[in-house]
Ligand binder design. Structure first.
Ligand SMILES: CC(C)(COP(=O)(O)OP(=O)(O)OC[C@H]1O[C@@H](n2cnc3c(N)ncnc32)[C@H](O)[C@@H]1OP(=O)(O)O)[C@@H](O)C(=O)NCCC(=O)NCCS
Length: 209
């Protein structure tokens, strides 16, 4: 059986642990081995979790190990690449309550949380973290290394490029493009393209100066 290693043991790592225990294939294809985190004390004071296995920098992938990442923001891609460079294999985790529409494509290393819906014909790339209760509308296209928090709605046809952070409760309107390395603040309603490297917030969302 595959041994799942969760990258990052903060709040999102512990949340991803719970999600992994409820995802398709748990106990059949994989079991959970533990966490890696550059702060090896991040689980101190928390109970009933699998062990801290070491730092991301130093951990050497073992036979049967597979990985998912809970790290968001600018460090997400770097952490994932550092594990891939050492031969680490990532798996796709889909919570058993998620609704996946017709012809949806989901790349390796992407995690999909509880009660999230991925609409018909959407394409979701690699190494994305899509949390719980979110909606990825029909025909949306999501690139790689994005973080999409809980209760986010991407209306149909939205494009999210790479390494974006879309925070809790944000709503992205029809056919809007969220460019690489941008951030959408919690509870924003985004009606226009978000340019690469910018942060937007509010309703309608405007660039943070
Ligand atoms: C996008 C975000 C990261 C920006 O953070 P930041 O760059 O540190 O910006 P600040 O918090 O300093 O806020 C800058 C300004 O925007 C305002 N602001 C912050 N978040 C806002 C929001 N969601 N909507 C509207 N205004 C907001 C602040 O009040 C502040 O205004 P001021 O300069 O007039 O005081 C932050 O707004 C956000 O959405 N965080 C995500 C929270 C979340 O969902 N976490 C999930 C954890 S699992």
């Amino acid at each position: 059986m595959k041994q799942l290693v969760i990258i990052g043991a903060g709040g999102m790592g512990r949340t991803l642990y719970d999600s992994a225990r409820e995802s398709v294939g748990y106990g059949i294809d994989y079991e959970i081995k533990g966490f890696i985190d550059d702060n090896i004390h991040s689980l101190d004071g928390f109970h009933n979790y699998p062990p801290m296995l070491g730092t991301i920098a130093e951990y050497v992938p073992q036979k049967n190990d597979v990985f998912v990442s809970s790290i968001g923001g600018g460090a997400r891609k770097k952490c994932i690449e550092s594990v891939v460079c050492k031969g680490g294999q990532f798996i796709t985790l889909i919570h058993s309550t998620a609704r996946i529409g017709s012809n949806v494509q989901i790349g390796e290393g992407t995690t999909i949380g509880a009660f999230t819906t991925i609409g018909a014909d959407a394409k979701v790339g690699k190494y994305n973290m899509i949390q719980s209760y979110s909606v990825i509308g029909h025909d949306s296209q999501i690139g790689n290394y994005n973080r999409i928090d809980t209760h986010v709605t991407l209306v149909g046809g939205t494009i999210v490029e790479d390494e974006a952070d879309i925070h809790t409760g944000a709503m992205i309107s029809h056919n809007v493009v969220i460019e690489t390395h941008s951030r959408v603040a919690a509870c924003s309603f985004v009606i226009r393209k978000v340019k690469s490297g910018t942060t937007v917030m509010g309703n309608p969302a405007k660039k943070l100066m």
